[in-house]
Write a protein that binds this ligand. Structure first.
Ligand code: ADP
Ligand code: MG
Length: 263
C-alpha cells in the first residue's frame, strides 16, 4: 500500500570546509499515493535535506529513492516544491509568476490560451483571483505563499513537497492556509510531504507524522499514525481527546527523548 514513494537506506553526507558532515543516515520510508506526510524534528536535523532529496535538488550519497518505481535523478514536473520564502520573481505579477511555471511544463504542447486558463485556475484554487495582477511587493506574506502554492499546483504535480510553507506567517494567516491546503490536497489528491516544526499543523494535516532524531546523522525516530477521521476541522479537533493524545505523543518525542543535540 505504501509504495508510491520509496526511500531505502538513504544517507546524505556533505563535503564541507571542515571535512565530511553526515546529515542523514539510514532513512527508510514508504509513502502511499495520496498520503499526507509531515516531517517534524528540531531545527537543523535534516528535514530540508530529506525533502531536497525527494525533490531531486540533491542526490543521496547512498541509498535509493524511487517514485512510482522510477529512480529520482533530478527535479521533475510531477513534483511541485514550495519553499518557506516563496521565491517569487519580483518583476512579474502573481499571474506572471504562475504562468512561467505553467509555460515551462505545458508550453511545448499547449496553446497560450490553455496556459492562461491553467494559470487562472491555479490562482483561483488558492483564492487569489483578486490579486492576480499585483506584484509580489504589493501583497502580504500569506498571499505570496499562496502564489507559491498556486505555482506548484499549476504544474499538476503528483507529489507536493512543502518546506515549512507557513513558517514565516502569523498564526491566523497560517491557520487559514492550513485549512486551504487541506481542501486543496483533498481536491487534487496529491501525495504530500510537508516539513514543519509546528506540532498542531502536523496533527491537523497529516495521515502520518515522521519524527526525526537530532543530527548529525539524523534518522527517522518514530512514525505516528494520525488516525483522526476526515474531513477534519480545527474547532472540532480542539475538543477531541484523540487529537490531544496524538499531539502529546509528538511533543513527547520532540522534547523528552531526543534532546541529545537540540539546536
Ligand atoms: N549544502 C550543505 N552543505 C553542508 N551542510 C549542509 C548543507 N545543507 C544542510 N547542511 C547541514 O545539514 C544539517 C541539516 O540541515 P537541514 O536539512 O537544513 O535541517 P532542517 O531543515 O531540519 O532545519 C544541518 O546541520 C546543516 O547545517
Ligand atoms: Mg529546513
Amino acid at each position: 500500500m505504501h509504495n508510491y514513494l520509496h526511500i531505502e537506506h538513504a544517507r546524505m553526507v556533505f563535503d564541507t570546509k571542515k571535512g565530511k558532515f553526515t546529515a542523514l543516515t539510514d532513512i527508510n520510508l514508504r509513502v502511499g499515493q495520496g498520503e499526507f506526510i509531515s516531517l517534524i524534528g528540531h531545527s537543523g536535523c535534516g528535514k530540508s535535506t530529506l525533502l531536497n532529496l525527494v525533490a531531486g535538488l540533491a542526490t543521496a550519497t547512498e541509498g535509493v529513492l524511487l517514485l512510482a518505481e522510477k529512480e529520482i535523478k533530478g527535479p521533475g514536473p510531477e513534483r511541485g516544491v514550495v519553499f518557506q520564502n516563496h521565491s517569487l520573481l519580483p518583476w512579474l505579477t502573481c499571474f506572471g509568476n504562475v504562468y512561467l511555471a505553467v509555460e515551462r511544463v505545458f508550453g511545448a504542447r499547449e496553446p497560450k490560451s490553455r496556459l492562461r486558463e491553467r494559470t487562472q485556475a491555479a490562482i483561483e484554487l488558492v483564492g487569489l483571483s483578486h490579486a492576480s495582477a499585483k506584484h509580489p511587493n504589493e501583497i502580504s506574506g500569506g498571499m505570496k505563499q499562496r502564489v507559491g502554492i498556486a505555482r506548484a499546483l499549476a504544474m499538476e504535480p503528483k507529489v507536493l513537497l512543502l518546506d515549512e510553507p507557513f513558517g514565516a506567517l502569523d498564526a491566523l494567516t497560517r491557520a487559514g492556509l492550513q485549512d486551504e491546503l487541506m481542501r486543496i490536497v483533498q481536491e487534487t489528491k496529491a501525495t504530500t510531504l510537508m516539513v514543519t516544526h509546528d506540532v498542531d499543523e502536523a496533527v491537523l494535516l497529516s495521515d502520518r507524522i515522521v519524527m526525526m532524531t537530532n543530527g548529525p546523522a539524523a534518522t527517522i525516530g518514530e512514525i505516528l499514525d494520525v488516525d483522526l477521521p476526515r474531513p477534519r476541522d480545527r474547532l472540532s479537533l480542539a475538543v477531541e481527546p484523540r487529537y490531544h493524545h496524538l499531539r502529546s505523543q509528538v511533543l513527547a518525542f520532540l522534547y523528552q527523548k531526543h534532546l541529545k543535540h537540540a539546536a
